[in-house]
Design a protein around this ligand. Structure first.
Ligand code: UDP
Length: 237
């Protein structure tokens, strides 16, 4: 693998972001995010992992009586719809893209082939990873950490709705909570801070992958995060 010359990031967008808080895809919201990504691609290589909570969450469906694995596959298929929406608006914004799906569906996406993904990134294409890991019982947060490691991203960027970083306590419940500019994974573990699920967390910690937790709200935050401007909370090993 040749040495990277540009900054390379892995951006995780949860399904919530796509739905604008509702079920399905809100085109205006996705267009805005696509434009923010488009503004960065001349200087940064961008890969994206897309969530699917705006359609289905396996754990929730299984609580209503569905088989967990089948429900998780529904969740994964939901992420692919978000990928296609993001792809469309990125291409409208003049960006070359490839969607790679962890579940084979040749008509709409390439298969997940890591070396090919890296080549796309080197050519300036935005690579959008869909269908999670293709495995039930995983989350797209975990996949974000895994894909970031496998494509040798410099950092994983966790875009959050409704919160602009990591706080000393839940800011919605505790008015004395203070936003942290930086912390280590060990500090986050000690304080039981749940920025993401434990599997994702331990992957980042064990493999020394830095993470920026930032809020979607605010003008151009996605652009700023991708470019490495200071916002949110930086979590490091
Ligand atoms: N999912 C899965 N395996 C994966 C990724 C996702 O089974 O590797 C399923 C799981 O049911 C999950 C759903 O897809 O609830 C949507 O993903 P996630 O909840 O991570 O999306 P987000 O919360 O980011 O919108």
């Amino acid at each position: 693998i040749p040495a990277k010359t540009k900054r390379r990031v892995l951006l995780k967008l949860s399904g919530e972001v796509f739905g604008g808080g509702k079920l399905g895809v809100d085109p205006a919201t996705v267009r805005g995010i696509a434009q923010q990504i488009a503004a960065t691609v001349d200087t940064v290589e961008v890969a994206v992992v897309v969530g699917g909570g705006n359609f289905f969450r396996g754990a929730e469906l299984s609580q209503s009586g569905m088989d967990r694995s089948r429900a998780d596959y529904m969740g994964m298929l939901g992420t692919v719809m978000n990928c296609l929406a993001l792809q469309d608006f990125l291409e409208q914004a003049g960006v070359e893209t490839r969607v790679q799906s962890a579940i084979t569906m040749g008509q709409v996406a390439e298969a997940y082939i890591p070396r090919r993904a890296i080549r796309h990134l080197e050519k300036g294409r935005v690579v959008i990873f869909g269908a999670g890991a293709g495995l039930p019982y995983f989350s797209t947060d975990t996949v974000a950490a895994q894909r970031a490691l496998e494509v040798h991203a410099d950092i994983v960027l966790m875009a959050k709705n409704g919160v602009d970083g990591v706080y000393t306590a839940d800011p919605k419940k505790d008015p004395s909570a203070v936003k942290l500019e930086r912390l280590t994974y060990n500090q986050a573990l000690q304080r039981d801070i749940r920025v993401l699920d434990q599997t994702a967390f331990s992957l980042c910690k064990d493999n020394d992958l830095s993470m920026l937790v930032f809020g979607m709200e605010g003008d151009g935050n996605v652009t700023k995060a991708i470019r490495g401007e200071s916002l949110g909370t930086l979590v490091t090993a």
